[in-house]
Design a protein around this ligand. Sequence first.
Ligand SMILES: Nc1ncnc2c1ncn2[C@@H]1O[C@H](COP(=O)(O)OP(=O)(O)OP(=O)(O)O)[C@@H](O)[C@H]1O
Ligand SMILES: [Mg+2]
Length: 468
Amino acid sequence: MPNFLSGLSIKLMATIIVVILTVEVVIFLPSMANFRASWLEDRLRVGVVAARVLDAVPDVMALPSALTDRLLISAGADAIVYRREGQSQLIERDGTKPPENVVAADMRRRDFATLMTGAINTLLSDGSRTLRIVGDGDMSDSLVELLMPERPLRRDLLDYSRNFFIISFIIAAITAVVLYGVVSVLFIAPIRRVTQNLIGFRQAPENATLIISPSTRRDEIGIAERELAAMETDLFSMLRQRRHLADLGLAVAKINHDLRNTLTSAQLLSDQVATLDDPKVQRLAPRLVTTLDKAIGFAQSVLDYGRESAMPPNPTPTNLGTLLDDAAFDASLVGHPTISFTNQTPAALVLNIDADQFGRIFTNLFKNAREALEASAGKTASPAVMAEVRPDDSGLFITITDNGPGLPPRARDNLFVAFEGSARSGGTGLGLAIARELTEAHGGTLNLVEQVQGTRFEIFLPASLKLP
Ligand SMILES: Nc1ncnc2c1ncn2[C@@H]1O[C@H](COP(=O)(O)OP(=O)(O)OP(=O)(O)O)[C@@H](O)[C@H]1O
Ligand SMILES: [Mg+2]
């Protein structure tokens, strides 16, 4: 199992924190601009109240400076200018020097871009500038201006940003911890349980106590658990069945081996018996010999089947035409007194296949065709077997066709099933099963193609097996 640093949990925590902080940063700029706007708005409002007082006084200059100073201090300003109908009134604190570095904040323009750039500008300044806040008065056509140092605004903005980030981080951390707890219980723990079970079961699939007991959840994790339990149960019984079959197979192979040896001794005896002059013996002996031959053949092919099944193909460049000719010869088709054999494979066709295994596939198919044609001797006019090759974009089709009686229904049902497909006396029912198994081991397929007359088997091989 992965440790804490490489597991899902740490990835989840890190993702939550990164996502929340990213969101906070995206929210930060607008909210800072907003903060600055309302800060300026507050100052301006005091300025407007002060301006209203000024408006009511006939001569501003005559006001005592103690009063105007108090007004200015409560607005936090150095000077207030009030303009209306082309006239302007000014009050300023005693002893203020004329401002030098003035930056304007015009509150009549409150579009987003202006507010944002204004906020950034204040943050990046050194705080030594003088701020001129301009806004509408409460009368029509009136204008109020406040002059004040920028420093308090900048200080408040910095405080605001710091608090914003501290709170953001606290929120991110709390959210991460809470989400982590919830997600751990709801998802990560069940996933770890499934993962642990997978690891454990793979190491000992024959141990039924390791099969996961699924929860009653109805979500994807619940489905995964139930499917896993079903799969493990299947695998467990399959493995057990496999082991039993393998044990049985071994026993059968041993019995079969002894049986074949016993039969071979019986065959030697029957050969000797056949030399006796007794007419009754002479009549029965040949039948005894063929029966024993069949029994030995059967025992031998069962032994071969057990031995062959485990070998993976060993591909070498093989000329397909020659291989088909050799197989036809082995199946006694070449030089057959009644059956004609034609091989229409292009001479230069070379495939990267296991020549022994494909030889066996073709021999089986040719032997079946010959046996079917011989069994129906006299009923088929000019019996013939033909091998053809048809290339295609996806691969190569090799067809073996005969014009014999076609497949008997009994054979059709279990064709390609070992020991079950045979519909002729003396047949083991292994030929087609072996042929299909060997073709599939090469990545190909072997199928029966329906015919009106005769039988056709088609082997498909992927294009990758073809050599240039
Ligand atoms: N070309 C064919 N024409 C007619 N019947 C066929 C043909 N090929 C196969 N069959 C039928 O299919 C059955 C199964 O064939 P398969 O080669 O698997 O077994 P088998 O020939 O009976 O035994 P084995 O090949 O193991 O000696 C045969 O018994 C036969 O009845
Ligand atoms: Mg056969």
